[in-house]
Structures are given as C-alpha cells and as structure tokens.
Write a protein of this length. Structure first.
Length: 243
C-alpha cells in the first residue's frame, strides 16, 4: 500500500474490559437504501453511508482467546465461530460504529450473557472451513436450531497484494458498536491495528441470515474481502447523551 488510508485507532482508557482475536475473517457487503437501514439504528445514531448508500454486511470469523481485562483467554468459552449481520452507524459528532442485527455463535453461555447485555446473539451450529488440499476457500456455515435460518458462504482470497480502497476502509475501520440496553443507546469502543485486507472471489453463497434479519438484497455482494485477522481490546461503554 502507498499512503495509509486508515484512521488512527483510538486509545482506550484503562482498564480494558475484554480482549480477543478475530481470525480468518470473511466480509460480504451489499448496497442498500439508507431508508432500509434507518429503522435498525438505536436512538441517537443514523446510518453511515458511502457513495450515497447504506451497506449491510454478512461477516464470518473465528473468535480466539477471548478474555476479561488483560487476563488470559477463557478456555473453551473464549474461542468459537461467529457469523454476524451488521449495519453501520454514525453519531452527530461523527463517531462511527457498527449496529449488529444478528450474531450467530455455538457457545450457549456466551449467547445468553450477550443477550442479557442487549447484543442480539443467536445460538446456532457454526462451522469454519479453512483452505486445504485442492480447496483454497475459506468459508462459514450456520444452522440455527429448530426451523431457523441457515447460511453457507465461502471465498477464495487473492493474497498477492493487500487492498485498502475507500469502501473497504469504510466498512472495516470500525472502532465500536452501538446497541440498545434498557431503553438507552450505548457505545462500546474497541481498538485494533488496521485489518490486513485482501480482495477475494466469492466461491459459494447460500444465505438466509440477511433476509431473516428483515433486509432484502439481490445479486452477489458488491464488496468481498478476506483478512487473516487482528487482535482487539474493548473499553468501557458510554451512554449517548439524550437517550
């Protein structure tokens, strides 16, 4: 890469509340009207747009070694696959974030704890397939319990050169999430180094999660990215003024 297009990651006040590593990340994104994203925004934030549109993402990655504060990773419960459907938010002062519409994971205790905190986790069977043999693809599979939605998607990364086009940075340079909790809007900050990003070729997509979230997309995703991952640290939540 030539000039660094990434915003400086924030420095979080100590102590941090959690650390974790996100690996083998697959990012699929579709352009959607701003009016479609707006009803999902917590009070006090609005859709963050790029090129006049809002964007919905289907993202899969492997959570590894999640732990509290600066302590060691929690055995078993700190490592699992996560697949999420997300939108992008912006506060009046320009602070950017993510709004999760759904997050699928296979650790029931994690799902219950997160839902109690207002994060919309769903208990599902999840699987990550890594490159091996003649198959160079990285992909994820979700099967929600009961008659719930399912998803299968995979990409073949183009690992010859990193990418940092403006859309890719807009979709991945996110250092916090906005969520609703007991009638208030919270912002939970995090910090990490810039994602090492690579363009990728879609090798399979059969998804019901985006539609199950109440969002309609058509055709292949406009942006397809892969990253080997980053390590991240989460800070203390803050309540948005006026919520």
């Amino acid at each position: 890469m030539s000039a660094d297009p990434w915003p400086l990651p924030p420095e979080l006040p100590r102590p941090g509340i959690m650390h974790q590593r996100w690996t083998d990340a697959v990012f699929l994104h579709w352009r959607i009207p701003r009016a479609v994203a707006a009803p999902f925004m917590p009070r006090g934030v609005e859709p963050d747009t790029f090129d006049g549109s809002a964007w919905v993402g289907l993202i899969g990655f492997r959570m590894q070694g999640a732990g509290l504060g600066h302590g060691p990773g929690i055995p078993y419960f700190g490592s699992f696959n996560e697949i999420n459907v997300r939108l992008y938010s912006r506060e009046p002062d320009g602070t950017r974030g993510v709004v999760f519409v759904s997050l699928d994971a296979s650790r029931l205790a994690v799902v219950l704890a997160a839902r109690a905190a207002g994060i919309p986790y769903v208990w599902s069977r999840t699987r990550c397939s890594a490159p091996g043999g003649a198959d160079p693809a990285t992909g994820f599979s979700v099967r929600r319990f009961g008659d719930g939605a399912r998803s299968d998607f995979a990409v073949i990364p183009e690992l010859d050169a990193e990418t940092a086009d403006p859309l890719a940075v807009h979709l991945t340079a996110r250092f916090g999430l906005h969520s609703r909790f007991r009638g208030r809007t919270l912002y939970i900050p995090n910090t990490h180094t810039p994602w090492p990003l690579y363009n990728a070729r879609l090798s399979g997509l059969d998804d019901q999660l985006v539609a199950a979230a109440g969002i309609t997309v058509t055709g292949p995703p406009e942006s397809v990215l892969f990253s080997p991952g980053v390590r991240t640290q989460f800070g203390r939540p803050r309540v948005l003024d006026g919520t």
